[in-house]
Design a protein around this ligand. Structure first.
Ligand code: ARG
Ligand code: ZN
Length: 866
């Protein structure tokens, strides 16, 4: 059942060309596949093709139809003997797109055919060498007798489109050899938004956006984003698009965000559709970044692809890094960086601390779909970012150029990528490369070891600790760049010559640095220069010093988080007595004064006003009582609001509403307003006036961002007002499935004692549909991930609720079920009684009949880790 990275073997056969013909019909689609097979290993005799859920109709070799005794097949494969070096193999199969609820392979929903083949979905369409290192030139013929199949789309260029009696036919040819996971087919009726783009070298590209009927005007932002991404990649990396047409299709039923199929991206409609009335600032941001991500895959992913799925980070880590660079250039470096760091701290560290811990290049996989993770994607991007830091922008670009010069058209490994970076820059990256094979989060403890030289200098000691993880017992010290600054008493930066480009390189168990000054405040891990945890026992005054004087806004934010976390952990650990409360109040009062007296940059202000989440605040603590910890967060949030309440109310009045525009300035202004409004509405002094403002604001809001901000503030501060506004929202948007996801998710995360019966009602809502992954994620996913008090009920009923649902969902869509189980997998991090309840639910799932591979892998690893 387990596949291992080190077992890789080159394929014995290649597929020179692939001719596919689809005769579409919702429940009986016939797929004819004609493959030119070449034997690459002369000793090989047997060709074994992957296939799943296929009804085999016929097999022929070089025009001769095979008898049943001339091939073998089972649930997962078709095998036959091949004697010649070159053969034409023709296989006909029948599939049932309409009953395909897994949304993998070819599926049919809402009168639309759609495919998702990555990672191993092509085998649900036809028998094939369904592995990324088999590259083939595809020609695809799509035939449909159904009039609503107005558009028949596949990869590459349209060769011809014609009518044969009652059958509509389209033929597509993609000249670029590609693995099967990049194949795509879409058929249905859409509204089409078109544009054209001219590349720096002067070629014209047709851009085509396929949208649900009636949603044409919601496509403009995605289209604009695409053009920006195309220009950016030309200017930043010298990479141009390589086909005459670029198509993007938006669909409502999709397992993930989007997919980079060659020339024919398929998107979750949530990451395409936007206009001011329906999309928030966050939606605008995500659309721009995901459109860019899929576009950037055309080079990092498609032109150079992965040799095997263990190498997934080769394309994903690199492409995420590229889309992060792009977003920083399009909006603000700081807010994009903070958002990325939150993903690592709140999700990736948690994954690394749990039973699914794996290196960015995993060694063992049962179900590949389980490895599209924050580790492979986001930690993978952080590893690329460290290379970028160490080699500099110019050195990184040289490495990219060499990577493409060497590997264009190939399927390669992460080692090949690092080799290109090393050769282009003439550096040795062998120690650095350990980031690819070692899992877990390095902990760096920093200590002031004393002062020397009659107190004129201070030495700091950095100790690197790599604890064992369930998948790996023995760890080695990694090569860790820690961007560090030292501030003196007046807030001036002290120059330290031993630093490497501003970084302390911790590449051993212990490294020391001496600063020629006394009374130094270290600013550690600026810009999050490595995906690690740094532990340093800051005094509150040192944190305030950083917030006041650091010239890096990132450092200010990080120090503010440290300050809140210190308060929260003290409240949690020290029994909430009056002393802790008084101390906390005093700290927050000082902090509030800093916020009032300093002119804080507008791109960081909203962030400085926000108390950290549960996952961020619990860093360093084990066996957590989640309810008690949640109460500690609430207490700190309340004390902070009371400290700033009146002032916050005043600040709310500064806000001038202008016509909605997605611009950095307006995005910051809206976020700051929401942060002040939340503090005012929570505070004793401001709450009544703030609620009046909130209602008015909701009523007058002409855009989705402001509306949603109001709903979130109400959800966090006054449940009666929340219910009132949610009813209004429902009656206004009940017809729009995409917008209603926001409504489901707000309900699912509300703090209320009857949450489980609410969830029952919501599941029965006319817009809920358990076959639609967006709906399931909005309701059950939001609940499990973000409703602390609802999920972690003392009697375990929150866990049971999720487990019951997952048992049903697993039969419909195992990939989605396997994502939502994540919070349950973290059971070891909780206090005994919670842990026991969670474990019990994991056992129930593990022991259930006909469990998918996806849930089997996760539950078995979780239970084995305890
Ligand atoms: N390659 C796609 C992207 O990153 C995501 C594919 C996810 N596939 C999966 N089986 N979960 O853009
Ligand atoms: Zn990707």
């Amino acid at each position: 059942l387990i596949k291992r990275r080190l077992d890789y073997q080159q394929p014995d056969f290649s597929i020179r060309s692939t001719f596919l013909t689809f005769d579409l019909s919702p429940s009986k689609t016939v797929v004819t596949s004609c493959l030119h097979i070449k034997k690459e290993n002369i000793n090989a005799t047997q060709l074994k093709l992957d296939g799943e859920n296929l009804l085999l109709l016929s097999v022929s070799v070089n025009g001769r139809s095979l008898g049943e005794y001339e091939y073998q097949f089972d649930e997962y494969s078709l095998s036959l003997n091949i004697d010649e070096e070159n053969v034409e193999l023709e296989i006909t199969t029948q599939i049932d797109p309409q009953s395909n609820t897994s949304l993998e392979g070819l599926y049919y929903t809402q009168s639309t055919y759609c495919t998702q083949c990555e990672a191993e979905g092509f085998r649900k369409i036809s028998y094939y060498l369904d592995r990324p290192d088999v590259l083939s030139v595809f020609t695809v013929t799509i035939r449909s007798k159904c009039e609503t199949d107005k558009f028949l789309l596949s990869n590459g260029n349209l060769v011809k489109r014609y009518q044969d009696g009652d059958t509509a036919i389209a033929v597509w040819h993609d000249p670029h050899p590609k693995p099967s996971y990049l194949f795509a087919l879409v058929a249905g009726d859409f509204d089409l938004l078109t544009d054209s783009y001219s590349t720096l070298s002067g070629r014209q590209i047709n851009l085509e956006l396929y949208l649900e009927k009636g949603r044409l005007k919601q496509g403009q932002h995605a289209l604009d984003s695409l053009k920006k991404a195309m220009r950016w990649d030309e200017e930043t990396y010298g990479l141009e698009y390589d086909l005459a047409v670029y198509m993007v299709v938006a669909v409502d039923f999709f397992n993930m965000g989007a997919m980079e199929n060659k020339g024919l991206n398929v998107f979750n409609s949530k990451f395409v559709l936007a206009d001011p009335q329906t999309a928030t600032d966050e939606d605008y941001f995500n659309i721009e970044s995901i459109i860019a991500h899929e576009y950037f895959h055309n080079w990092t992913g498609n032109r150079v692809t992965c040799r095997d799925w263990f190498q997934l980070s080769l394309k994903e880590g690199l492409t995420v890094f590229r889309d992060q660079q792009f977003s920083a250039d399009m909006s603000s470096y700081l807010s994009t960086r903070i958002a990325q760091v939150k993903v690592i701290r709140e999700h990736q560290f948690v994954e690394d601390a749990g039973p699914m811990s794996h290196p960015i290049r995993p060694d063992e996989v049962m179900e590949m779909n389980n490895f599209y993770t924050v580790t492979v994607y986001d930690k993978g991007a952080e590893v690329i970012r460290m290379l970028h830091t160490l080699l500099t922008k110019e050195g990184f670009r040289k490495g990219m150029d060499l990577y493409f010069a060497r590997h264009d058209g190939q399927a390669v490994t992460c080692d090949d990528f690092v080799d290109a970076m090393a050769s282009a820059n003439n550096v040795d990256l062998r120690h650095f490369q350990l980031w690819y094979s070692q899992s877990g989060t390095p902990l760096i403890k920093v200590r002031k070891v004393g002062s020397e030289n009659k107190g004129k200098s201070t030495t700091f000691e950095f100790t690197q600790i790599n604890a064992a993880t369930p998948d790996q017992a023995n760890k080695k010290p990694l090569f860790v760049p820690i961007s560090t600054k030292f501030l003196d008493e007046s807030g001036q930066e002290i120059k330290v010559s031993s630093l490497n480009n501003g970084n302390i390189i911790v590449d051993r168990d212990k490294v020391s640095v001496t600063v020629e000054s006394e009374n130094v405040t270290p600013v550690l891990l600026d810009n999050f220069s490595a995906p690690i945890i740094v532990e340093y026992d800051y005094a509150i005054d040192e944190l305030l010093h950083i917030i006041q004087y650091a010239d890096s806004s990132y450092a200010k934010w990080d120090a503010s988080q440290g300050l809140f976390i210190k308060c929260i952990q003290t409240c949690y650990l020290e029994d909430f007595d009056s002393l802790t409360q008084r101390e906390t109040k005093a700290v927050l009062a000082k902090y509030a004064n800093v916020l009032k007296s300093n002119s804080i940059e507008s791109d960081v202000l909203a962030q400085l006003l926000s108390v950290p989440s549960f996952e961020a605040a619990r860093v360093g603590l084990e066996s957590i009582d989640p309810i008690r910890f949640d109460a500690a967060i609430q207490a700190v949030q309340q004390a902070f609001a009371d400290e700033l309440g009146e002032y916050a109310l005043l600040r709310c009045q500064d806000f001038i509403q202008s016509e909605y525009e997605y611009s950095t300035e307006q995005v910051n202004a809206r976020a700051i307003y929401a942060a002040w409004l939340k503090l005012a509405s929570l505070s004793e002094q401001g709450k009544n006036a703030a609620l009046v403002t909130l209602r008015k604001r909701y009523a007058n809001a002409d855009n989705m961002s402001d509306k949603l901000n109001c709903l979130k503030v109400a959800q966090a501060t006054n449940i009666a007002v929340f219910d009132e506004l949610m009813l209004k929202f429902e009656s206004e948007y009940t017809h729009d499935a995409v917008i209603m996801d926001k409504w489901f998710s707000l309900h699912a995360t509300a703090r209320r004692s009857d949450i489980l019966s609410r969830l029952d009602l919501l599941k029965a809502h006319s817009q809920f549909n358990q076959r639609n992954p967006n709906k399931v994620r909005a309701l059950l996913g939001s609940f499990a991930f973000y409703n602390l008090s609802g999920f972690h009920q003392k009697d375990g009923l929150g866990y049971k609720y999720v487990a019951d649902y997952l048992l049903q969902l697993d039969k419909i869509n195992p990939q989605v079920a396997s994502r939502i189980i994540t919070p349950l997998l973290q059971f070891k991090q909780y206090d005994a009684s919670y842990k026991a309840h969670m474990k019990h639910q994991l056992e129930r799932i593990f022991n259930s009949k006909e469990l998918s591979k996806d849930l089997f892998e996760k539950t078995s690893k979780a239970l084995a880790s305890d």
